[in-house]
Design a protein. Structure first.
Length: 592
């Protein structure tokens, strides 16, 4: 069994502990110390050749900055290592012309590293991080006789063009100025501008400035700009964040059109329903986030996602999760079942150019209500009215109910560390309940010393959810809590929210677009319909089956249940199952 040592330099504070890890390390071989002080950073470096894996340094470190990870022998040699005591990647996917290949795995497991290597932005060092002189000739020789040899040969010689859609589309206005139409016309190398604008519903934003676009609009513009460029290999990093269900399926259609034209496409995606509809095959990434990542063998999309849900990769003989993820088909909830915690009359809200109406409804103790519908149709406005952040034009909300609210867009300009933020914004921070029920599941202890301004999107989201749950409230209101979270983190968030709501005899209202997450967490649901940007209408909370049938019926989309895992899967338009379910009026559940 080999091992790697990982040192989180953001958490390591040797001056405060006087190098306890070095003081207590018993491992000395050939008169060489196992742990030494790095001359540049003045922080410890652990020799992985001399380390015996006794674990004393990990136990002695007061900041949890050190971890020793055992590696299975079967994973072979590393493809890339960022440095001593840093992340290590094992394996690369192999692309095929005319197909879409998906990558599925947690954040920090190497997906973006794979993107950088295959796009030519990073030359793999095959674990030899001390010799940075690697070039493409070394890579081509390493993969001699494999499909990747031809790929890297063409990449090194400039014979293929790579087009990449980045993950953080909210940063685009900082580097791209001007109107949307001008941007798309400048990159319209494939003469597909009209098609892409039609499918991605961009015609109404063509004359808008980039800096005035919402998150969902920026995402669609980024997808459009990527698809319009001429290339051989296309890489999409989380293309559906901020998009509603209809927009996600439109994005699927546009991205798949590249494969239909013989292009090779690689996609990183955390929405399982979208990944299922988008990909022909997938690779699962497993390992230790931040420590090492392993690329599984190629799997069919259905079998691969099911293996990921079950937590066991049969071909690799590896268990990646202790317990499988279980989906249940809930029977309809009677309308009058439950004790009311909050109620509201018929509501309306009038803005200049937009109006929202909502049917009167009740929210019960110990339940989770989800709200779904198109972007720009009033979900966030409704959430703000319940939270008291917006006053309705007509109607009343039970203002005696206390509400804790997590907004859609996260504030990242806080001056200070995560610990400072929690101290100021999380009332129960420091308590044993917060530590065990919120901090540990969301892995907040790993980023307490980080500056809030430097957090990733997923870290900000976990912090915002945790701060909201730390408050003493009767209703917990979450606006798009799954954005930037990977599959594991989404399900952890669902479990934590459920547990905190029930333990406090409270309730929760969640606005989100991830069908799998909604199916996993919902007791009842609300449907928002209307014309985006002009008017919206919210139904009262009702059972999930009825709500989903109404919502998907409006979109002319059907979902079926996977026979093995019971997870929701989207049907292809006009397929046999799609037509059969529509004839029965079952857009979400198949009839018994």
């Amino acid at each position: 069994m080999s091992r790697i040592s990982i040192l989180d330099k953001n958490k390591c504070q040797p001056k405060k502990c006087d190098y306890l890890c070095i003081s207590y390390c018993p491992g000395v071989r050939m008169d060489e110390d196992t742990i030494v002080i790095d001359e540049d950073s003045k922080k410890p470096l652990i020799s992985e050749q001399l380390c015996e894996g006794c674990g004393i340094c990990t136990n002695r470190c007061p900041f949890d900055a050190i971890s020793i990870i055992n590696l299975p022998e079967a994973i072979g040699e590393p493809i890339h290592r960022f440095g001593q005591n840093q992340f290590e990647l094992f394996g690369l996917p192999v692309l095929e012309e005319g197909s879409v290949l998906g990558l599925l795995g947690p954040n920090g497991i190497g997906k973006s590293t794979i993107m950088n290597i295959l796009s030519g932005n990073l030359i793999p060092n095959f674990g030899d991080y001390e010799n940075p002189q690697k070039d493409w000739d070394n890579v081509i020789e390493y993969y001699k006789g494999s499909a990747l040899q031809n790929y890297f040969s063409k990449l090194a010689n400039g014979e293929i063009k790579v087009v990449l859609k980045p993950q953080m589309v909210d940063q685009l206005p900082k580097v791209v100025k001007g109107k949307v139409k001008q941007l798309l016309e400048n990159v319209n190398e494939r003469d597909k501008l009209d098609y892409v604008c039609e499918e991605l519903q961009l015609k109404n934003v063509l004359d808008r400035e980039m800096e005035n676009l919402s998150g969902g609009e920026l995402q669609r513009v980024a997808i459009a700009a990527t698809v319009l460029r001429e290339g051989d290999f296309y890489y999409f990093d989380e293309p559906t964040s901020w998009l509603d269900v209809s927009q996600r399926l439109n994005a699927v259609k546009v991205i798949r059109s590249l494969a239909d034209e013989g292009k090779s496409v690689l996609v990183i995606e955390h929405d399982l329903a979208t990944l299922d509809a988008l990909s022909d095959n997938i690779h699962i990434l497993y390992g230790s986030p931040g420590g090492y990542g392993v690329v599984s063998g190629r799997k069919g999309v259905r079998l691969g996602i099911n293996a990921y849900i079950n937590g066991f990769l049969r071909e690799e003989n590896v268990r990646i999760r202790r317990n499988p993820i279980e989906f249940t088909i809930r029977p309809p909830t009677p309308e009058d079942e439950g004790e009311t915690i909050a109620s509201y009359t018929d509501l309306s809200k009038e803005y200049d150019g937009f109006s929202l109406t909502a049917d009167s409804g009740d929210i019960f103790y110990d339940e989770i209500v989800t709200a779904f519908g198109s972007n720009g149709i009033g979900k966030t406005t409704f959430a703000k009215m319940l939270a008291g952040a917006e006053k309705p034009s007509t109607g009343e909300v039970d203002d005696e109910v206390t509400i804790a609210y997590k907004p859609q867009y996260l504030v990242s300009d806080f001056e200070g560390s995560v610990s400072d933020f929690l101290y100021m914004n999380a009332p129960s921070y420091g308590s044993k309940i917060f530590e065990s029920e919120i901090m540990t599941p969301f892995a907040l202890e790993d980023m307490l010393e980080k500056q809030v301004k430097k957090l990733s999107g997923g870290e900000l989201q976990r912090l915002a959810i945790a701060a909201t749950l730390s408050k003493d409230a009767e209703i917990y209101l979450f606006d798009e809590p799954t954005a930037f979270l990977d599959v594991e983190q989404r399900l952890i968030a669902a479990k934590v929210i459920r547990k905190m709501v029930e333990s406090r005899n409270a309730a929760s209202l969640i606005v989100d677009h991830d069908i799998v997450f909604i199916d996993y967490i919902s007791d009842r649901a609300m449907v928002f319909d209307g014309t985006p940007g002009l008017n919206g209408h919210a139904s009262k909370p009702t059972d999930l089956r009825t709500s989903m049938n109404e919502f998907l019926g409006n979109l002319n989309i059907t979902f079926r249940r996977d026979k093995e895992t019971k997870r929701p899967r989207v049907n292809k338009l006009d397929s046999y199952l799609d037509r059969e379910q529509k004839e029965k009026g079952e857009y979400y559940y198949l009839s018994d």
